[in-house]
Design a protein around this ligand. Structure first.
Ligand code: DON
Length: 328
């Protein structure tokens, strides 16, 4: 396969490409399963799945695409989108910035001057966003959130109770973050309750195929390609993808932009999503992580797919929406 946007490709060729990339990285065993949330250490380090969902809903996958695992930080762009939809840009940006932090996902820091978290992809920003949703929905916040996430994935999702309780018991650093936010008035008195929703949203179970479908919903301008349900209005999809592009891979975001050139988000459960605007969603699952908390295989698979399909946003061959025409 040379280039999917040349017009020469077909569904079959994309499947062959996915198989090929899967086989190539199957033997890559670099990295370590996350253990700081004790329950996550039970993941099978060998699990590996790669899935592409096109913006018109076709699925190409290889490996372990039915194995449930927790979404973790991949929940963050989706709650950010919910907050934008429900509260508007102005209110959300009063509470959280859009600047890459250059620091780790769990760093305890706020922007000087404004005391806002740098962006909604790191823990300070994500807990703030969940706090905003909690201020609007109170006790019903998590049910509301799960319903929206299910619509994005196109099927009913559920929570891994053990992972949730494991992080609730041991998440002292996030608790410190919530109290820092409380101190600066970024979140209000219900900080503990908001933190609890944050822990639960991170424990939502997804498969690699769900992730690809969720990414495809972003790629398809906020409309789930399988169900046809509009989950986000178009105007906010741009906001979500921009922050994923600049901050979704934390302190690897610059290298990711350089090597992959596609908005993405990782989670310590081992998932990665990448959304190619108007074209396709990529989901990968492999729980061995690098020092940034990003899946090692997930990174390499995305680099390879971006290169072989010409997906990088600045690749001269990436002609955006005509990708789908090339598949017909
Ligand atoms: O807050 C945490 O530490 C986890 N629930 C989520 C972190 C995460 O997924 C970072 N991503 N790679």
């Amino acid at each position: 396969m040379t280039n999917a946007i040349s017009g020469a490709t077909s569904g079959h060729e994309l499947q062959a490409l996915v198989n090929d990339v899967y086989e190539k990285y199957l033997s890559d065993t670099r990295g370590h399963v996350a253990t700081y949330i004790p329950e996550l250490s039970k993941a099978n380090p060998d699990d590996f799945g790669v899935c592409l969902v096109t913006a018109d809903g076709r699925v190409f996958e290889a490996g372990c695409c039915d194995q449930p695992f927790t979404i973790q930080s991949i929940s963050k762009p989706f709650t950010f989108g919910m907050a934008l939809e429900e509260l508007g840009r102005e209110k959300v940006l009063e509470h959280v910035g859009v600047e890459p932090s250059g620091d780790a996902f769990n760093s305890i820091e706020l922007q000087s001057g404004t005391n806002r978290p740098f962006n909604p992809m790191i823990n300070t920003g994500a807990i703030t966003v969940t706090g905003l949703l909690h201020a609007a929905h109170g006790n019903g916040t998590f049910e509301h959130l799960l319903e929206r996430f299910s619509a994005i994935a196109g099927r009913q999702l559920s929570v891994d109770q053990d992972v949730y309780e494991s992080e609730r018991r041991t998440g002292h650093r996030n608790r410190a973050i919530a109290h820092l936010l409380l101190n600066f008035g970024v979140v209000h008195e219900e900080a503990e309750a908001a933190l609890d929703v944050y822990f639960k949203q991170c424990a939502i179970l997804v498969t690699c195929r769900d992730l690809a479908m969720m990414a495809a919903t972003l790629a398809n301008m906020g409309c789930n390609p399988a169900t046809g349900q509009h989950v986000y209005t178009i105007r906010y999809v741009k906001d979500i993808l921009s922050i994923m592009f600049t901050s979704g891979m934390y302190d690897y975001s610059g290298q990711w932009a350089y090597r992959v050139g596609v908005p993405a988000k990782s989670g310590v459960g081992g998932g990665v999503i990448a959304a190619v605007n108007r074209q396709l969603g990529i989901g990968t699952y492999s729980p061995r992580l690098d020092a940034h908390g990003n899946s090692c295989r997930g990174t390499e698979v995305c680099v390879e797919l971006a290169s072989r399909l010409g997906l990088h946003v600045f690749d001269c061959l990436n002609v955006g929406s005509s990708f789908i025409d090339a598949l017909l």
